[in-house]
Design a protein around this ligand. Structure first.
Ligand code: NDP
Length: 363
């Protein structure tokens, strides 16, 4: 985005118009006659703390329904977000959502190992699907989601919030004009640590998509692909365990490389016990980086020209869901389609294969 429109966008954000001048939009798309109705499926931490609050600021979509397995959560959600009884579903009766014109999209926000099951159910109910990252456990599951959406004539977006974040978009845009020359090296690391060990829940279960590479690894993978615009042709992987007694099923820290056809190598890592949060691109004539690269707030871009692009003040999830809603309103592309989520899952699986064989895996 040119500097002027970027400044304008940031001032609009600080004035509280978080979604009214979406990055990448020359003019603000008009308000729709009717906003897209979203049902959140799975009312855990991410839905409660990020997505539902972000939906209070969206311009093109709003929270209209919930799908949950926890009866006790229902009264609080209904009261907080004015959700009528008719828009409350359990996982068992969610097929009834097909008859509910209030709901246009089901946003799947359950453990990764369950994404495919519920995304297919939502598509079969004739609703558009927003699916959280990582998209699913393997490429067959990703393909099943894509096919179910195609078969039912509904659209699919994967919840990569960083692809909607303005500073990340700005850095990805550098690949077009190469203001710092050709890329020489990429370093992409995302992990959380410092808060003790992760809770002993689905994030410690292999069949649920727990562990570092599924949960956090898709950030450095997707970040490296997005910021270079290139697709890896080979990967290597290596696990590191310092708490083998606790991480009995899943990986704790995984280091990996992504090799691209032009010889470029991205050096990457992810962890659920170590703090990493930086995406750096070194070029022939300079460098640029995002640090932190994937936090909910504070994502800042800097470059070797001494420029600093400060964090946005709105929520990334608001931008993401408004972009995804606009795509459903026929005003713009789906920025992160299922095929994009599936590429990362193919890489996740290849990195696991390399870590277990000790060999480079060619794609
Ligand atoms: P939580 O554990 O906090 O919540 C998961 C929710 O899923 C539960 O509260 C429950 O909701 C529902 N659920 C249904 N079946 C099960 C089951 N068998 N075991 C556990 N929970 C179940 O997870 P998060 O909210 O942190 O993560 C959910 C998804 O969102 C994951 O795919 C994760 O990767 C993604 N995520 C994405 C983030 C991002 O930045 N894009 C950040 C955090 C998470 P209920 O009680 O309503 O049935």
């Amino acid at each position: 985005m040119p500097d002027n429109s970027r400044r304008q966008f940031l001032s609009l954000l600080s004035a509280g118009f978080a979604a009214s001048a979406l990055p990448g939009w020359a003019t603000t798309p008009p308000l729709p006659a009717r906003k897209i109705g979203v049902a959140l499926l799975g009312l855990g931490g991410y839905s409660s703390n990020l997505l539902a609050p972000a939906l209070e600021h969206t311009r093109y979509c709003e929270l209209r329904g919930i799908v949950t397995g926890s009866q006790e959560k229902i009264p609080r959600w209904q009261a907080r977000y004015a959700i009528p009884d008719t828009n409350v579903y359990s996982y068992d009766d969610m097929h009834r959502i097909a008859d509910n014109p209030d709901i246009d999209v089901v946003y799947v926000v359950v453990p990764t190992g369950l994404h495919m099951h519920y995304a297919v159910k939502a598509a079969n109910a004739g609703k558009h699907v927003w699916c959280e990252k990582p998209m699913a456990m393997n490429t067959s599951e990703c393909q099943a989601i894509i096919e179910a959406c195609k078969k039912n004539g509904v659209k699919l977006s994967v919840g990569y919030r960083m692809q909607h974040e303005p500073n990340t978009q700005l850095m990805a845009g550098y690949t077009k004009n190469q203001p710092f020359g050709p890329i020489k090296a990429v370093s992409s690391f995302a992990g959380y640590g410092g808060n003790g060990l992760p809770a002993n829940n689905w994030r410690m279960k292999k069949n649920m998509g727990g562990g570092a590479l599924y949960d956090m690894g898709v950030y450095p993978i997707n970040g490296a692909r997005f910021i270079t615009g290139l697709e890896p042709v080979a990967v290597t992987g290596r696990h590191e365990k310092t708490h083998a007694d606790i991480f009995t099923e899943v990986d704790e820290t995984t280091y990996f490389t992504l090799e691209f056809a032009n010889g470029l190598v991205a050096d990457c890592g992810t962890s659920v016990v170590k703090s990493f949060n930086r995406l750096r691109v070194d070029c022939e004539d300079g460098w640029y980086e995002l640090s932190p690269m994937q936090s909910y707030s504070g994502v800042t871009a800097t470059n070797s020209n001494g420029q600093r692009f400060g964090a946005i003040s709105g929520m990334q999830q608001t931008l993401q869901m408004d972009n995804d809603a606009l795509a459903l309103l026929g005003q713009g592309p789906i920025r992160v389609p299922g095929e994009e989520g599936m590429k990362d899952i193919q890489l996740v699986n290849a990195i696991f294969q390399s870590a277990s064989s000790g060999q480079k895996v060619t794609l």
